[in-house]
Design a protein around this ligand. Sequence first.
Ligand SMILES: Cc1cc2nc3c(=O)[nH]c(=O)nc-3n(C[C@H](O)[C@H](O)[C@H](O)COP(=O)(O)OP(=O)(O)OC[C@H]3O[C@@H](n4cnc5c(N)ncnc54)[C@H](O)[C@@H]3O)c2cc1C
Length: 508
Amino acid sequence: MRIISVQEAATRTFDVCVVGSGASGAITAAVLAERGLSVLILEQGTAIPPGTDHDDVEDPDTWAYARDGEGWSKEGYPWSAMAFGGGTVFYGGISFRYEQRDLDPPPALLGDADYAHWRLRLDELEPHYDWVEDRLGVSGPSHGRVGDYAFPHYARGSLPHTPMGGALARGADALGLTPLSTPMAISGARDRHGPGCAELTPCTGFTCPVNAKADVISRILARAEGDVSVALDTRAVRFVASAPGRAKRLEVLGGSPRSRRSVHADRFVLAANAIQSAALLLRSADRREPDGMGNSSGQVGRHLAMKNSVYVRGRTQERIVAHQPLRHRYSSVCVLDHLRGAEFPGQLGGIIYEANPWEDPEADRPGAGSLLQLECLLGDRPQARNMVRLARSRDRDGLQRIVMDYRQHPLDGERLDVLQGKAKDVLHAAGAERTESVDSDFATGSTHLHGTLRAGDDPATSVTDRTGRLHDYDNVWSADGATFPFAGNFNPTLTIQANARRIAVGIS
Ligand SMILES: Cc1cc2nc3c(=O)[nH]c(=O)nc-3n(C[C@H](O)[C@H](O)[C@H](O)COP(=O)(O)OP(=O)(O)OC[C@H]3O[C@@H](n4cnc5c(N)ncnc54)[C@H](O)[C@@H]3O)c2cc1C
């Protein structure tokens, strides 16, 4: 991998230009370069130093309008992260595989949802999961089955439970549930993947100070073989077509002084996250395509699908963790017993996992005990009315801001209520006395993003085909979470990466 200036990027024609250096973009670029193609990655963000808190690098000018109760907020968060490496430099590393129902659920599970099938089979993804897990060094249980969810056999065994995870596992066990180790893309000890975790900062929301977390810069791009160039601080602004159905160049903003240039490539891959990729197509409207590029279906930006989630927490009487702030892994224990159940609308539940907060505000209070926290997470029902669109107002680059027009489906609210009741039971059984729920504010940005360029067979109801190629353009693909018609019930990044590899292998 070579970091190049936008000026240099504008002087060549690349075989492939990938928009975004995050979870999906890095995998796509590495696979294509290994196939012998020259690849340019455009990345709007910059390299973030080790140990940085995400809050310190946020740029409010890039935020979106989002529904907030009955009104609108200007603090919608349309990113996983805007950074070299995308969300993976700040993520928690939770790395579940999806099951078939998460990829393409049967209609009965989603009720009245406006759904398009992309007919993606789990067995098609399995070799790609194996490849990604090997490159990232994912550790997880060597086996595990709950109902019909079966963990794969992870080559690297689980990391030990954190002290909080140990208490939660005992609580779940006492209720007759099956607590399992959360699969994580974090190294416990130095090995071929990198150094081991030194417990210097929390994982989620911070860049790892020692590279123990499997971000895509250290695990994928730094090790990529072949011709990969990366232009940082370079924003893709709009596509320009050479002929109907064929993109010719991308206008970009970058360099010093910041100015507009064009980059040329034979093929383009969107890997900017499901919100930003849709916004880029919408901003590429012209006289021939006034509703946005690749949008003859009118579906670009629609069906924004996210995770609905809530935290539940409680305090033990006994102190089970000594030092503050908490520097443990975000998660070491998960409970998958509630993926399905008659008590959930449509019988579709969700997952519960240990989700350690960064700080315990009451840590210094004598007799405060310890804080235990779980996250309840579920994939929402796809709805056409949930969408990404463009506002009239403009950002400092003069581009139309993003609107995230998202409303929770009432049945998903019910599902989440049932799930948080189950999580509170686990907390009580783990020794927590009082429990409370803490809003995750998912509706103003969940960081788990899908649906806006959904894949399907019918060009009238979907934006891409099942290979990720736009129905309307024969040289543009989407490799991020945007093609997933359903968000799935698990943290998505490992699956987004496995799917990105599937798509990259198929790009012709
Ligand atoms: C704090 C935090 C914790 C998380 N924890 C987990 C977890 O434990 N497990 C899990 O599965 N997921 C987790 N996630 C979510 C995870 O980060 C995302 O699912 C994943 O990064 C999405 O991959 P992506 O390739 O679609 O997008 P990203 O990784 O976000 O990459 C998109 C990239 O494109 C760039 N970009 C966007 N628009 C443009 C443009 N116009 N021009 C140029 N570049 C552009 C962005 O700057 C970004 O770098 C977490 C996210 C956060 C923020």
